[in-house]
Design a protein around this ligand. Structure first.
Ligand code: PLP
Length: 224
């Protein structure tokens, strides 16, 4: 059995069955994706549109692709024909564009709002205030081709587990409040995408429903 298949098995043992494991294959050689695929894994995450499009063309069609990286409006059209879920919705403009492009291909796209929970300034995402302002501005009926599925967040990159724990808890609380206020009649709004290689155990403890794990499965990535 390959390392990759063993790594996936190990993680699946550690997380509850209800939690979805997204194997983050960005900047990994195709041979490694094949190993995961041959081991039976079908859920992959990418953060660049070009790479995602190439891999979707190249790999079997039963793969469920997740877009986890920052998404520019002008690239939405390339991924809506096949993408399963977009984790990185962080503006009203982007939401409108996804809805518009999804209508053209008659697909309803699972979307998560990306929330900025980390202390680092460089990361993308809406603030807690920003997501509420956005939801106050719109009517959900304006977006028939969006399946509002939940929230996504990335914790600060730190060894301090307390900080990570706090940030994930904050995301969980925000999720609960938003669900209650805006999505109480919407069973689709149920996902909290949080947890990466370094912090997925903490994420599970704080209510994650989707973990996005790259290096723990595949090893170090190729440099950019
Ligand atoms: C790269 C990436 C991951 C996976 O990171 P690892 O530390 O390799 O597990 C998860 N989420 C996002 C948004 C990423 O860009």
């Amino acid at each position: 059995m390959s390392n990759i298949s063993q790594n996936i098995k190990q993680i699946l043992k550690e997380i509850p069955q209800s939690v979805k494991l997204i194997a983050v294959s960005k900047r990994q050689p195709d041979a490694k994706l094949w190993e995961a695929y041959d081991a039976g894994h079908r859920i992959f995450g990418e953060n660049l549109v070009q790479e995602l499009v190439r891999k979707n063309n190249f790999f079997p069609k039963d793969i469920e692709w997740h877009m986890i990286g920052h998404l520019q409006k002008n690239k939405v059209k390339y991924i809506v024909p096949f993408v399963h879920c977009i984790h990185s919705v962080d503006s009203l403009d982007l939401l409108k564009e996804i809805n518009k492009r999804a209508e053209k291909v008659n697909r309803k796209i699972n979307c998560l709002f990306e929330i900025h929970i980390a202390k680092e300034a460089s990361k993308f995402g809406l603030s807690s205030q920003g997501i509420i302002e956005l939801l106050e501005t719109i009517s959900l009926y304006q977006f028939p081709f969006i399946k509002f599925s939940g929230l996504m967040g990335m914790a600060t990159y730190t060894n301090n587990e307390q900080i990570v724990h706090q940030e994930f808890k904050m995301l969980h609380t925000l999720f609960t409040n938003i669900k209650q206020t805006y999505f109480s009649n919407n069973p689709d709004f149920k996902e909290i995408s949080m947890g990466m290689s370094s912090d997925y155990k903490i994420a599970i403890d704080t209510g994650s429903t989707m973990v996005r794990i790259g290096t723990t499965i595949f090893g170090e990535r190729l440099s950019k």
